[in-house]
Design a protein around this ligand. Sequence first.
Ligand SMILES: O=C(O)CCC(=O)C(=O)O
Ligand SMILES: [Fe+2]
Length: 162
Amino acid sequence: MKLEICLFELISEALGLDPNHLSDMGCADGLALLGHYYPSCPQPELTISTQDHTDNDFITILQDHIGGLKLFYQDQWTNIPPTPGALVVNAKDYLQTPPSHSETNFIVADYKQQVCEFQHKVVANQVGPRVFVAAFFTTGPIETLKVYELIIELLSEDNPVR
Ligand SMILES: O=C(O)CCC(=O)C(=O)O
Ligand SMILES: [Fe+2]
């Protein structure tokens, strides 16, 4: 099974949906790849980070064996520790990675409680270069008139549309 299909199955199940729900919606239909090269930096403390941002996609899959990725969580910037051989799954709106679970690099937040804007950035590092390919699951580059609607199964009186 392809990794992205497996991930969207796990996310669907964690949200209490049918395992195929997110794939059937088309979340895995578009893939954009971006090569990243962060050179080693002799004085990281004098260097600004990348712009903080959220990814405009369903999920992003990253690898990080060096460190530098920071996530804005509970009003503070938190390091995402590098884990050789692991994949970091970064998600906009559907997921969240609480620091207490970050060693797993993949944790599903309660969509019903919180739909989060997932701000993150990358800071400079003395170690490097940090080189990898980021995989963005997005239908942005595909010409389509498809409209992604709310997942009504996740809405209730306690969790209305915000
Ligand atoms: O380099 C990283 O760890 C993250 C890169 C990133 O945030 C992005 O490509 O959107
Ligand atoms: Fe990003």
